[in-house]
Design a protein. Structure first.
Length: 226
């Protein structure tokens, strides 16, 4: 299948329909996967830097601190919502691909979106592959914030090309715009939960260290560490 088969315009990037936004094929082949490209390029770099850091700073006496994974109900619930939203965006992308296929449209590189969602979920679940990747939060930030940006650009492009296009087909433009807007919103919530859970874990880690030296971190009102 050609990259832009049956699309209204070729690869682009210049578009007569959605200007100044590039063609839909260019968006789906280059712009949508862009945060994932960046994340995959950054991943081995962070791994190598982490490997060097571990060699320089390894201390067997602190291993037990990294192995503690206490949980409370609210934290667990928030985490479940986080992973549930990742699954929701996977299903939303499946929906878009299936409906584009029903139009006989090329899906370009849209399946690459699954790589980003699964990578982000895995890094969060494993806390950077079991601590092997320091700064993994930066990768997830690129994936989630990037997802918001590129999907917003896609919404603008489709709207400029004609929000009422493809009426009477198996995938009207208005339906696609709605699907993509939902995905952008889900990315935004995932990014917020990433920040909340990361901050929460940082306070809990500080609390464990503080309990050993007799100090305790100052927590935001209403927060508890268990």
């Amino acid at each position: 299948m050609k990259l832009c088969e049956n699309r209204p315009e070729d690869f682009g990037p210049s578009s007569k329909l959605s200007s100044p936004i590039p063609t839909t094929c260019f968006i789906d082949a280059i712009v949508i996967p862009l945060p994932i490209y960046v994340a995959l390029l950054l991943l081995p770099l962070l791994f190598l830097l982490s490997l060097h850091h571990r060699k320089q700073n390894y201390n067997p006496s602190t291993t037990h601190l990294r192995q503690k994974k206490s949980r409370n109900c609210l934290f667990t619930t928030t985490s479940v919502i986080y992973y549930g939203l990742i699954i929701a965006n996977i299903l939303m992308e499946v929906l878009e691909i299936v409906r584009l296929s029903l139009l006989k449209y090329s899906i370009a590189l849209l399946p690459f979106v699954f790589v980003g969602l699964l990578l982000g979920g895995y890094l969060h679940w494993g806390q950077g592959a079991g601590g092997r990747i320091r700064g993994w939060q930066a990768i997830n930030g690129i994936l989630w914030v990037g997802g918001i940006v590129v999907n917003s650009v896609k919404v603008v492009g489709l709207t400029n090309a004609g929000i009422h296009g493809r009426k009477g087909t198996k995938y009207p433009v208005v339906d696609q715009v709605t699907d993509i807007a939902v995905m952008a919103g889900v990315y935004a919530v995932i990014a917020i939960l990433e920040l909340v859970l990361g901050t929460w874990k940082a306070f809990r880690k500080a609390s464990r260290h503080g309990s050993e030296d007799g100090t305790s971190p100052v927590l935001p009102s209403g927060w508890t560490l268990k």
